[in-house]
Design a protein around this ligand. Sequence first.
Ligand code: ACM
Ligand code: ZN
Length: 495
Amino acid sequence: MSVNIIPMPNKIFEYDGEKVFKENDFFFEKKDGLGEEGYELLINQDGVFVSYSTDKGRFYAGKTLEQLKKKNGSLPFIRISDSPRFSYRAFMIDSARHMQSVDEIKKYIEAAALYKFNVFHWHLTDDQGWRVEIEKYPELTRVGAFRNGHGFGSKNKAVYGGYYTKDEIRDIVEFCRERYIDVIPEIDMPGHMIAAIASYPELSCSGKPIGVELNPGVHRTILCAGNEKVFDFCFDVIDEVCELFPYEYFHIGGDEAPKNRWDTCPKCKERIREEGLKNSEELQGYFVNRIIGHLKEKGKKAVVWNESLKSKMLQPGALVSDWMDKEHLCEDWANSGGKIIIEDFFHYYLDYNYGITPLKKTYSFNPMLEKLDIEGRKSVMGVETPIWTEFVENFDRLCYLCFPRMMAVAESGWTNWGRRNYRDFVRRAEANRRLLLSMGINMAPKKDWDPLPFGRIKDQLSHYTKFLTRENLRCVRANKKEDREAKKRKKGGAD
Ligand code: ACM
Ligand code: ZN
């Protein structure tokens, strides 16, 4: 192959010759049977002939043409018949840990559209920052959007923060709509809520004041599931956020919610008793299902991280994102008809340096699960690749980490497995550098994509030292002390 298209089209025949075409050499024909996202393209001496069944298919034909265009403006003679392997091809940006400007986000979206992604999952809230304006709860952006220092071990102690106004969010949603990208907001709950609890301390089990979090990792202060006011808060926030995002799905997180507080909170224990639940894990099931019920009333479906399967109570109809599922619950969910997407931590998490997740590792990962039966394979809607930003302070770093690895995920989401070829992908990715640069995206240098052993060791060491900050170690020690005391109490109780 000599064309530089990413993702590689599913059928392609190259012919000798190329030509610079004028505007009236392009012919567009709507025809049945090409699917929602499919298109056909024929380029020969007589012109450029594009067929499609929907405007989205026509848009994707345009994205292929953008990549086919050579430096001299000519297009190669070619025949393409194309449609995607998966209907759900998502990228996630964490704007909570570090924010990106509206222009930066648009640059990323423009590149994602070029590679035929069709979902932007926007992680808008977390322990370390609340980034969406909510009129009913002004403290979320007055208090929760700012942290007392850059955090994550940064030496910069100036206050860090900000948020997106509703108008800015509407602008981004419209920018995505024009590119056939659905936007799914994430309000992560019941864990990863410290920024909200810093704004409204009554939302936690203890009600104690707490600051917006400065450390990475998993934190024990979460929303109280025994307090009705917490549900009112979540419903109100969802109602306002839904007004901004007109799409079918809404991400409600559900990941990394330690149950230490719920296990000892009188209100949570009362809720467990009242609802006839077995334990705090089932309390999360109850919590998530109530939120899903509210979304349902609004005509929306929920996306959740795979931890929400642990209670075995998850409502049918939810879409589960498989990021780290050691218990293989996603397979059971998919085999019984539940929809899943593959967002594998070890291959698709782009915040890890290339020494930890080399490009080849991302590219070589087939987004299917081992234990899926025929029904289960049909339940895999697609792929998602996130960029978490605890250690991604600026857009240059974000682009370095995402490009070209997000392009590898784009190809896994679109191109049939047997048609992929790593060596050819590397050639095409490098050939895309100029185009990306013209869009304001600076890809990682090719020498960094697949580091040799020394580079891998260096990246692994730097990864572990990132977490050895004084504040983080203090946090880890405090958790250990709490665990020891809880153990002692339990032992005392048993005696
Ligand atoms: C996650 O990475 N906590 C979903
Ligand atoms: Zn509680």
